[in-house]
Design a protein around this ligand. Structure first.
Ligand code: ADP
Ligand SMILES: Cc1cn([C@H]2C[C@H](O)[C@@H](COP(=O)(O)O)O2)c(=O)[nH]c1=O
Length: 233
């Protein structure tokens, strides 16, 4: 029997894969063990004979450029990339076809996370394990991490220990006054905190910010007063 006419639609024939794809998402604040969980998951897949690769954002060069490294020093070689959709080409089409599992660390830094997960899991039959921050230091949605939840088979939110009181920490507090969303750093810049100490900690920053604004306004006002006074004299 001949295949049905395509009516002008290009039919892309993809190789049938042994298994259906999967997407697993691991989120949480910094120091919650996201990278540890990602490595554990990917290594467990490798132990069953599946072929694995890990990608991390090339922006995060804190501990190594070509390895995923946890805060307590466990390492695994990885592909440092600025975007995900170039992975297939860089990895090589043949090697990609044989690949079963793709781990993605620092997922908040990849703008093409959603498209990559769709293609890798839905079309190419890969198991994709995504680890990243769900929220930034202001507890706003970070990058595209939350966008892939509707694509996921499983979602795991991990917690850390609050550095102030030792209770469960859900949030990441920035200890410095920098206000840009992306700021690479570790324990020198960030700490995991519970709700109470996030609110208190933000209170400190908010107070600092209010003081700064008040100070600047005061300086501007003083300058205006001085200028006005100069104009009068
Ligand atoms: N406040 C902290 N400062 C530095 N290291 C920490 C802190 N809290 C926990 N850790 C260590 O970090 C490990 C988790 O590291 P990692 O898996 O890289 O976390 P994540 O990827 O979520 O940031 C913990 O097992 C612990 O040893
Ligand atoms: C909260 C927050 C974090 N970052 C950066 C800091 C680190 O380089 C990574 C997170 O690493 P981890 O593996 O989860 O420890 O993200 C940022 O740029 N902006 C933020 O608000």
């Amino acid at each position: 029997m001949s295949p049905p006419p395509s009516h002008g639609v290009d039919l892309v024939v993809r190789p049938t894969h042994r298994r259906a794809g999967e997407v697993h998402v691991i989120v949480g604040p910094m120091f919650a063990g996201k990278t540890t969980a990602l490595l554990r998951r990917v290594m467990a897949e490798a132990d069953t004979g599946r072929s694995v690769a890990i990608i991390k954002s090339s922006r995060d060069n804190r501990y190594a450029t070509d390895a995923v490294v946890t805060h307590d020093g466990t390492k695994f070689p990885c592909w440092p990339l600025s975007d995900l959709l170039s992975f297939k080409h860089k990895f090589g089409a043949d090697a990609y076809q044989k690949l079963d599992v793709i781990g993605i660390d620092e997922a908040q830094f990849f703008g093409d996370l959603y498209d990559f997960c769709c293609e890798a899991a839905d079309l190419d039959g890969k198991t994709v394990v995504v680890a990243g921050l769900d929220g930034d230091y202001l507890r706003r949605s970070f990058g595209s991490v939350l966008n892939v939840i509707p694509l996921a088979d499983t979602v795991t939110k991990l917690t850390a220990r609050c550095e102030v009181c030792g209770n469960r920490a859900f949030f990441t507090l920035r200890k410095t006054g920098e206000t840009q969303t992306e700021l690479i750093g570790g324990a020198n810049v960030y700490m995991p905190v519970c709700r109470q100490h996030y609110t208190n900690g933000q209170g400190v920053s908010v107070t600092k910010e209010a003081t700064r604004i008040a100070f600047e306004t005061h300086v501007v006002q003083n300058d205006l007063v001085l200028e006005t006074a100069a104009a009068i004299v």
